[in-house]
Design a protein around this ligand. Structure first.
Ligand code: A3P
Ligand code: MG
Ligand code: MG
Length: 380
């Protein structure tokens, strides 16, 4: 394995967060056969409404309505007067997934007896977005990350902690950047309807509190995973395959005018797009390409299963196997490090570009993230 044993010293190791030699993120170390990744199975879903309230159902599901090939969607429309932005300073951690687990425990309870110390039949619980960051780590050169891990009743919970740099970026966003973040959601409004018989309504309000999330179960090598991710919309044909195969991911990107721009899309953006959709088994991405004025001038569909072929023509490009093997080895590293089963202990894994992954241990700290209501529910 690409990590080294940590040698503990001192009588109260938790007082001085220990640094391990860590886990390497060098690409060459992960160029082996593609690991086993089982077809993800949807085990449930939930919705967050316009006030960010949780519902254990699919009320926020939207339906994809195919646009013209050359649509002329104005993504700037409504930014000033028809936009309700979610407060992204409010950290929800794993709370909505934990609410879903509590509401659906019977579907997940371990086959083992209730006397067993394992409450859920999975090794890891996390957000899809956290796994996406792990998949892209061997190729990331700019953004660092912090992941808090707690072992509780045999399951490892992984919850992201915002880095100082990310907080600074969030608090100092330029007006142009804030507006460009809106564009992606506006594209969703142009292409999604609320039910199978209606059409998109671009005159409405864009409210980024609203979300529909799938909860999937799968296995990566010997790691059983339960994770949730936001889904933009689904195929509106009732005869479409069952979730997650009917889901569609929507993206926007700058218009492509030169071979160099096409190459950059393949080398950088497709890595993130592929990782995000491959994980939950979403088979296709519909991309809207916008001009400098924020007008979508063309749309193109990318099939996830074809992306690995698309990128083979690019020199020195990213490889799906490196992403998956790194993620698998990171999860093994976490299992090896996070051994104390205790909801108030956090193992904080930390990574910066060109460095190894390291960790520190925190007891009853600001990093603890499993809420009391969840601990109580799972202990009874
Ligand atoms: P685009 O993907 O078209 O850029 P998602 O694609 O994951 O469904 O996210 C919807 C939109 O949220 C994005 O649309 C983008 O506008 C915004 N968004 C999501 N993650 C972001 C990030 N890390 N930084 C900036 N904007 C982000
Ligand atoms: Mg989305
Ligand atoms: Mg999207």
């Amino acid at each position: 394995p690409n990590y080294h044993h940590q040698h503990q010293s001192g009588s109260t190791p938790w007082r001085n967060p220990l640094r391990s030699q860590g886990l390497s993120t060098r690409r060459e170390l992960y160029e082996r056969d593609f690991p086993v990744y089982k077809q993800p199975v949807e085990v449930g879903c939930f919705s967050l409404d316009s006030e960010r309230r949780f519902f254990n159902d699919s009320r926020q599901m939207r339906y994809y309505v195919e646009p013209d090939r050359n649509p002329n969607f104005d993504l700037k429309d409504g930014y000033k007067d028809r936009f309700v932005k979610r407060d992204d300073g409010e950290k929800e951690k794993l709370d909505n997934i934990l609410r879903w687990i509590v509401a659906n425990r019977s579907k997940l309870d371990s086959r083992e007896t209730t006397a067993s110390s394992r409450a859920l039949d999975v090794d890891f619980v996390t957000w899809r977005g956290h796994l996406t960051k792990l998949l892209t780590t061997p190729y990331e050169t700019r953004d660092s990350w912090l992941l808090a891990v707690t072992r509780f009743r045999g399951t490892l919970y992984i919850s992201e902690v915002e880095t100082e740099a990310a907080r600074r970026d969030r608090e100092n966003r330029t007006e142009r950047n804030a507006e460009m973040m809106y564009w992606g959601y506006k594209f969703e409004q142009y292409t999604c309807a609320d039910d199978i018989h209606s059409l998109p309504d671009p005159s409405g309000v864009v409210n980024t509190n609203e979300a529909f999330c799938t909860v999937v179960q799968t296995r990566l090598a010997d790691h059983r995973l339960l994770f949730s991710g936001e889904v933009d919309c689904r195929d509106k044909d009732p005869a479409a395959p069952a979730p997650p195969a009917c889901y569609v991911e929507l993206k926007t990107s700058a218009e492509i005018c030169t071979p160099k721009q096409r190459s950059n899309l393949h080398r950088f953006k497709l890595l993130k797009w592929w990782a995000q959709s491959f994980l939950p088994g979403v088979p296709r991405i519909v991309a809207g390409f916008r001009d400098h004025e924020g007008v979508v001038v063309s749309v193109e569909t990318f099939h996830i299963s074809k992306i690995s072929h698309l990128i083979k023509n690019e020199y020195n490009c990213w490889k799906p196997t490196v992403c998956m093997n790194f993620c698998s080895d990171f999860l093994s590293f976490v299992k090896h490090v996070a051994t104390e089963d205790n909801p108030s202990v956090v193992y904080l894994f930390s990574w910066e570009p060109h460095r190894d992954v390291t960790f520190s241990i925190h007891r009853d700290s600001q990093y603890s993230f499993l809420p009391h209501w969840f601990i109580q529910e799972m202990t009874s």
